[in-house]
Design a binder for this molecule. Structure first.
Ligand SMILES: [Zn+2]
Length: 130
């Protein structure tokens, strides 16, 4: 049986914004991968910074199944303070406020209501700084 604790433990990149840093060359990967581009398989856990800025964005008006209630909603690529980039929803943001350079903070939020499986999905979203 897969419990929420097992899911949290096995998906640290999703729940704690945990990336991996290659022990050989220092390259950072998010989400984690098994082999670095340098060939090394040794990685250390690396906590991504939570502040960054939007570098590109779009507005989803025709949402996929399960997200229809949220449309229209904003998605974007956020460049974090260390230069890492993550693709995520930009929450609490009206589409007309969305712009390149918008300062955001990454927060742990609910992604999707419980579906047929009964599991509520959580993950990270970017929220404009107040
Ligand atoms: Zn490497």
């Amino acid at each position: 049986m897969i419990t929420p604790a097992i899911v949290r433990r096995n998906t640290p990149h999703r729940y704690r914004m945990e990336a991996q840093k290659c022990a050989a060359c220092g390259k950072v990967f998010f989400p984690p991968r098994l082999v670095c581009t340098c060939g090394s398989r040794k990685f250390k856990a690396y906590a991504l910074p939570s502040e960054g800025k939007v570098i590109t964005h779009t507005v989803i008006r025709t949402a996929p199944r399960g997200f229809g209630d949220e449309a229209p909603y904003c998605m974007g690529i956020v460049e974090l303070k260390d230069g890492s980039r993550v693709l995520c929803q930009i929450a609490d943001c009206e589409p007309h406020r969305l712009k390149v350079g918008l300062q955001v903070t990454i927060e742990f939020r609910k992604i999707q209501e419980a579906g047929e499986s009964g599991v509520i999905a959580y993950g990270y979203k970017a929220v404009p700084e107040r």
